[in-house]
Write a protein that binds this ligand. Structure first.
Ligand code: PLP
Length: 382
């Protein structure tokens, strides 16, 4: 059976050269970057070089701020939100997020709500941030504005730059964080152009292994230490670094920086081909993602067919897609799709197709044929 993987927003296949970098670090350059001997210095050099690579893929250099390596995007988001709360929570009383954040932001915000923090959620109907709402709720009480760069379920790109402008005028002391886990290396401009203070990214969405993420912290911002110990990562996150993961992550960043235009046009072309194949073969399909959304995510609804049923049908044919987001698929949470404007029926029949450099046009044809077949043979239950 063919193996067709269209769930790249959940995680990606590790790039073989990135895996080789990891193997080399594990088996050759295995020193501890904190050790003073030559193996330690060799490891420290790899760590330093990797930091520069990730910073540079974000559009920054060490003059602009610091980059700490974390275990994943979730950790980077938690560190940002609870860090800002700890730093500013005594003087400021509210935070602003969007109404369609990933659970690793939404659930942190709910925790702060329990502690008495006022949480404003900016509507994102149709994939557009309601900036008038943002203008109304961002004020002198705001300690944090946290909004994702690209939505993981629909691919909608949020206008972080305008949020930064509002922050500058109305809440200059507030910190602006963006969860760029889905936006990193998927947009034609560097994320530095957005003007955020804190940026979360994750390795496994860009062909690095799981277990490695990073957080960019703009110069002048100090977040409290979240993990005490040996003082690694600028004393913010102690613990011996995951150097193998870090080296692989840096490799993926360097590859992207070298081939950005080619890479993005390829993903965009695969997305367009999938749209074409699906609209030709499956005229009953409703497209949720707009053509100007992030190139790697295509959300569609198949009226009448529950997403888990279509997902299982496609999976039996060797095709992997996801129902909504991978994180929420286990508990049937329509929060994000409903914020996007889909009613429950349509949200329940939505699947997310997400692309990577490894997908081919032929795979999109097979996907469209399988969706057609599934729609004809499955019992319509929604
Ligand atoms: N933020 C977004 C937008 C995501 O899509 C994800 C994962 O799907 C995360 C955060 C969490 O990242 P990680 O899996 O690295 O913890």
């Amino acid at each position: 059976m063919a193996e067709i993987y269209f769930d790249n927003a959940a995680t990606t296949k590790v790039d073989e050269n990135a895996a080789k970098c990891a193997l080399e670090v594990m088996c050759q350059s295995y020193g501890n970057p904190s050790s003073a001997h030559h193996k330690g210095l060799e490891a420290e050099h790899i760590l330093k070089k990797a930091r520069t690579s990730v910073m540079s893929a974000l559009g920054y250099s060490s003059r602009d701020g610091a980059l700490i390596f974390t275990s994943c995007g979730t950790e980077s988001n938690n560190t940002s939100i609870f860090g800002v709360y700890e730093a500013l929570g005594k003087r400021k009383s509210s935070i602003v997020i969007s109404d369609s954040e990933h659970p690793s932001v939404e659930k942190c915000a709910s925790e702060l709500e329990k502690k008495g923090v006022k949480v404003h959620r900016i509507p994102t109907d149709g994939g557009t941030l309601d900036l008038e709402f943002a203008e109304k709720v961002i004020d002198g009480t705001t300690m944090l504005i946290s909004c994702m760069t690209v939505n993981n379920e629909t691919g909608a790109i949020y206008d972080i730059k305008s949020l930064c402008d509002i922050r500058k005028r109305k809440a200059p002391e507030a910190i602006l964080h963006t969860d760029a886990v889905q936006g990193f290396l998927k947009l034609p401009y560097a994320l530095s152009a957005l003007g955020a203070d804190l940026i979360s990214v994750s390795g496994h969405k860009i062909h690095a292994p799981k277990g490695i993420g990073a957080l960019f912290i703009r110069k002048g911002i100090r977040l409290p230490c979240r993990q005490f110990g040996g003082g690694q990562e600028g004393s913010m996150r102690s613990g011996t670094e995951n150097l193998a993961g870090i080296a692989a992550f840096a490799h993926c960043c360097d590859e992207f920086t070298k081939n950005k235009n080619e890479y993005l046009s390829y993903i965009r072309a695969i997305n367009s081909e999938a749209r074409k194949q699906i609209s030709e073969k499956c005229p009953f399909v409703l497209f949720n993602s707009g053509e100007s959304f992030a190139p790697h995510i295509l959300s569609i609804s198949i009226p009448g067919v529950r997403s888990e049923i279509m997902l299982r049908f496609l999976s039996d044919k060797g095709i992997s897609v996801s129902a909504g987001s991978a994180c929420s698929s286990k508990n049937a949470d329509n929060r994000v799709l409903s914020a996007f404007g889909l009613d429950n029926k349509r949200a329940d029949s939505t699947i997310r197709i997400s692309f990577s450099k490894y997908n081919t046009a032929d795979e999109t044809r097979l996907l469209a044929e399988a969706i057609y077949e599934g729609n004809s043979s499955l019992i319509h239950t929604v």
